[in-house]
Design a protein around this ligand. Structure first.
Ligand code: COA
Length: 257
């Protein structure tokens, strides 16, 4: 499993932050500025995106991670160093073990979840994702989930599909194995609550929990946490779009002054 393992917390409140940035609400100059907030490795990776929209989302996710984690730790964002575990899960390599974080970027939102003392996973999807269907998820559903979805029609089914898929992805990302985790052994609740996992290595004790968040009208987030059943999470959601709006790269600012 990827990244340094963080022991589940027992009987205490864990402070969790979820930051998001809407790239649709930023202009070209904002995006040029955002790309200067990445380190050289991240910039090189960013340049490999051939399509502009996912490239902007990727850059925003890393700028957001640097901003949010730097603020939480009281460190300049560029002092942070990220690394990636074998399964692809990013983790904070410097300062090592200071906190756990996870990223998602899609549907116009870049999202970063972070917590000190518990493992986190985050997933984002547009509220209306028409290509998600019962047929597409065939083989990935736990007992009971198919019946739950089949009992819904129209927009209620679509909402339930998005909740189910974001929930599974968030747990898979908190765990670290991503989509190679046997998702059909992962029974996610419809709303907030504990997740049942059957015989997944590294999944015990059963302390995985999901929280559903609505950052805006258009998106749905699922936040997965590895917490003891009697521990609680204090979740703060921050819209960082304004942090990146109206900013310009240093050279552009100097030129326009
Ligand atoms: C992680 C995964 C679920 C991402 O799903 P997605 O909907 O395409 O993308 P999201 O926007 O939700 O998340 C992307 C981010 O998740 C993070 N991520 C990648 N792999 C991850 C993993 N295994 N666990 C947790 N987070 C992961 C990364 O930060 C990634 O963004 P980046 O590559 O720009 O840094 C999917 O790509 C996956 O399963 N990857 C693992 C690959 C795999 O199966 N490895 C097996 C062993 S090698």
């Amino acid at each position: 499993m990827g990244g340094p393992w963080v022991e589940p917390e027992i009987s205490r409140t864990v402070a969790v932050e979820v930051w998001f940035c809407s790239v649709d609400d930023l202009d070209c100059g904002d995006h040029d500025h955002i790309s200067t907030l990445l380190n050289p490795d991240e910039q090189a990776r960013n340049r490999r995106f051939l399509v502009e929209y996912p490239r902007r989302l990727h850059a925003a996710a890393y700028a957001l991670a640097r901003h949010a984690i730097g603020r939480r730790l009281g460190l300049p964002p560029m002092e942070l160093r990220f690394d990636r575990a074998p399964g692809g899960r990013p983790f904070l390599a410097h300062p090592a073990g200071a906190l756990d974080f996870n990223l998602a970027h899609g549907g116009g939102l870049a999202v970063c979840a972070l917590a000190d003392g518990c493992r986190v996973g985050i997933d984002v999807e547009p509220a209306d994702r028409p290509e998600l269907s019962l047929e597409l998820l065939d083989g990935l559903l736990a007992p009971g989930e198919r019946d739950r979805l089949a009992g819904r029609q129209g927009s209620a089914r679509q909402e339930a599909l998005v909740a189910l898929w974001t929930g599974k992805e968030a747990i898979a990302k908190a765990h670290g194995d991503g989509l190679s985790l046997p998702l059909d052994r992962l029974a996610v609740p419809e709303g907030d609550g504990p997740v049942t996992m059957t015989a997944i290595p590294g999944a015990l004790p059963p302390v995985w929990r999901l929280h559903r968040l609505r950052p805006d009208q258009r998106h749905r987030l699922a936040l997965a946490l590895a917490l003891a059943p009697d521990a609680s999470a204090l979740i703060c959601v921050h819209d960082a779009t304004e942090v990146f709006r109206g900013r310009r790269p240093p050279a552009a600012s100097a030129g326009s002054a």
